[in-house]
Design a protein around this ligand. Structure first.
Ligand SMILES: [Fe+2]
Length: 229
């Protein structure tokens, strides 16, 4: 398998390139607008054909590249069945499998950073989007966020995975690249709670600033990062 983690300095977003084998098919998870040429170069380097571009959710802090990648490569764009986007060609349900060239990526419905948030599970690793971050969790104070339901996603779905499962988040602001479910269960301060009420209390007192790009990013992301023509 080919696996690459790419970082966008502007929004501290991680994107992931997964390829079956040199010369095979590939998927990109949470690609960021402005990095299309980098992704296309990396695909070319491995002689990969992009089959799928997946977003974990409608991002508020950066513009997605899935529309541009679709236009340039003909790949299939993927988001949740609950996404309000009008442009993706495949909308996946909880536990639905995206399969290409022997690679299987299972969508896990993990609201509610947004009400459509997905994590993507592949073999020994899970791409947690903004639901589970290293030492943190995704904010729940806009885009229909809900701390109680996010508690269920975290504790009943993600922490139910084996401890050794690698965690690859949608963002990191502290230079961390990956973690494991076991490490997050033990060390993540947001997960040291006994119930959903305690979790919601933490989330409701965060008082985070609105993302700089939110008013631009959300409308654009509802059309896969492309301006309506
Ligand atoms: Fe987000």
């Amino acid at each position: 398998m080919i696996f690459e983690q790419h970082f966008d300095n502007e929004s501290s977003t991680y994107s992931y390139l997964i390829g079956s084998k040199p010369g095979g098919l590939a998927a990109l998870i949470d690609p960021v607008q402005g990095h299309e040429y980098l992704y296309l170069d990396r695909l070319k380097e491995h002689n990969l054909k992009l089959a799928f571009a997946l977003d974990t959710h409608t991002h508020a802090d950066h513009v997605t590249a899935i529309g541009e990648l679709r236009d340039r490569t003909g790949c299939i764009t993927v988001m949740s069945e609950y996404s309000k986007t009008d442009c993706v060609s495949r909308r996946v349900k909880n536990r639905e499998i995206i399969e290409f060239d022997g690679v299987k990526i299972t969508a896990i419905y993990t609201p509610v950073h947004t009400n459509e948030s997905l994590s993507y599970l592949m073999d020994d690793r899970v791409f947690t989007g903004d639901t589970l971050l290293i030492g943190g969790t995704g904010r729940t104070d806009f885009q229909n966020g809900n701390s109680y339901a996010q508690y269920d996603s975290l504790f009943k779905k993600l922490l139910a995975l084996p401890d050794e499962t690698l965690v690859y988040p949608g963002h990191d602001y502290n230079g961390n690249k990956a973690s494991t479910i076991g490490q997050e269960r033990s060390n993540n301060p947001r997960l040291q709670v006994n119930n959903a009420e305690e979790y919601a209390r933490i989330m409701n007192t965060l008082k985070l600033p609105t993302p700089k790009l939110m008013d631009i990013a959300v409308p654009l992301n509802l059309s896969c990062g492309k301006k309506a023509s």
